[in-house]
Design a protein around this ligand. Structure first.
Ligand SMILES: Nc1ncnc2c1ncn2[C@@H]1O[C@H](COP(=O)(O)OP(=O)(O)OP(=O)(O)O)[C@@H](O)[C@H]1O
Ligand SMILES: [Mg+2]
Length: 371
């Protein structure tokens, strides 16, 4: 197994910069997820690590070796891609053995590894079947098995679950997480699905337009987004972000959103005095808006709100509300959900959990922990 160091990687296609100054240190045995919207450069980054794409700039180190100019087959990687095309004329055993045979692994060793991997993935009973006789989920496991049967230094996954139905996806996510633990391998996993990223990664790397936006543990990124893009991308439903202006009338800092004024704590006023009078965006996660009166001790703001849409999801509900001409979503346990689908309700905002973003650059000026 091995660490991976990516230094200042860039890749252009014609005039378009697909990946821009991408630097990241991935520790030995770490599970890192690259996540971001379609076209943000995830696959291109992975393809550069794999050696399918040569960077215009930067270097790639795997283990202690600079592989920037080393051919794919000599980088000792195993890969699973979205289109995992199994060989249709070979049975599962031969599909899984293929990479090992290419590497001239002795026959008895091939058998041992394939059988052991099949056991781990729960597909031992499928070894003699052809891919056409397997369900989508079984084919997916075989594709995974084909990759992990090899003793690779680093595993690369590019949206390997995107062909599966929702239920199977959830199951396969935990299978891959368990596999990571068993193999003690370094893994780089690409997805555009932020829920998948949050569930799987030791660390996640949020990308947009070819650039890294933030790197951190899932909870770090969720609780302390460094900019508005990350705040709105990570979390389902996303953080509510309302555009306004920072004011400081009568020495009370506040965000003015239309005719509405949301006071903010004075405690850290020094951090944002230079932004007074400038555009600012106020962010609050749906779970930080309650529909029942909160207990004491925190900094709550009660807001008379109109119910727009209610979405009962079972244990919890999402409620779209409107106040002062602004729409926002609250997440509520079913037990305190509104009893009618329309009407007025008081929503309670946990001001201690609000975020502020610079209205022009989107950079966080104040995170939830700091307000
Ligand atoms: N071979 C290519 N030639 C020209 N442009 C390309 C090529 N490959 C990728 N691009 C462009 O580079 C950008 C990044 O593409 P990439 O495939 O890395 O995105 P992605 O994050 O993997 O997206 P998705 O989630 O849709 O798979 C896109 O704008 C894409 O159109
Ligand atoms: Mg892609």
């Amino acid at each position: 197994m091995a660490r991976v160091a990516l230094h200042d990687l860039s890749k252009r296609f014609g005039d378009h910069t697909a990946v821009d100054s991408f630097s990241l240190q991935i520790a030995d045995r770490e599970f890192v997820v690259l996540v971001g919207p379609s076209g943000c450069g995830k696959t291109t980054t992975l393809r550069m690590i794999a050696g399918f794409e040569s960077p215009d700039n930067g270097s790639i180190v795997i283990g202690e070796r600079d592989v920037s100019r080393v051919a794919t087959k000599d980088r000792n990687l195993a890969m699973v891609f979205q289109k995992y095309a199994l060989y249709p004329h070979m049975n599962v055993f031969r599909n899984m053995a293929f990479g090992l045979k290419l590497r001239k692994t002795p026959k008895a060793e091939v058998r041992r590894r394939v059988e052991q991997t099949a056991e781990m993935l729960g597909i031992s009973h499928l070894l003699t079947r052809k891919p056409a006789d397997l369900s989508g989920g079984e084919q997916q496991r075989v594709a995974l098995g084909r990759a992990v049967a090899r003793d690779a230094d680093v595993f690369l996954f590019d949206e390997p679950l995107s062909n599966l139905d929702a239920k199977l996806r959830v199951r396969m996510r935990s299978e891959i997480v368990k596999l990571h633990r068993k193999l003690q391998a370094t893994m780089v996993y690409v997805t555009h699905d932020q829920v998948e990223a949050m569930m799987m990664g030791d660390r996640i790397v949020v990308m947009n337009e070819g650039r890294i936006q933030q790197v951190g543990t899932p909870l770090d990124v969720y609780n302390s987004p460094q900019n508005r893009f990350v705040a709105e991308f990570i979390g389902s439903p996303p953080m509510n972000v309302l555009d306004g202006q920072l004011t400081n009338d009568n020495d009370q800092p506040a965000v003015k959103i239309g005719d509405w004024t949301v006071p903010i704590s004075k405690a850290r006023a020094g951090r944002y005095t230079e932004l007074v009078g400038k555009p600012i965006a106020l962010g609050i996660r749906p779970e930080d808006i309650r529909l029942t009166p909160p207990g004491d001790g925190e900094n709550w703001l009660a807001i008379e709100s109109e119910i727009q849409v209610t979405q009962p999801l079972g244990a919890e509900w999402l409620i779209e509300l409107e106040a002062h001409g602004q729409s926002f979503v609250a997440r509520s346990p079913a037990s305190s959900a509104p009893s009618t689908p329309t009407g007025s309700i008081t929503s309670h905002w946990n001001l201690a959990r609000c975020h502020l973003f610079d209205g022009r650059t989107g950079a966080a000026v104040m995170g939830a922990k700091e307000i």
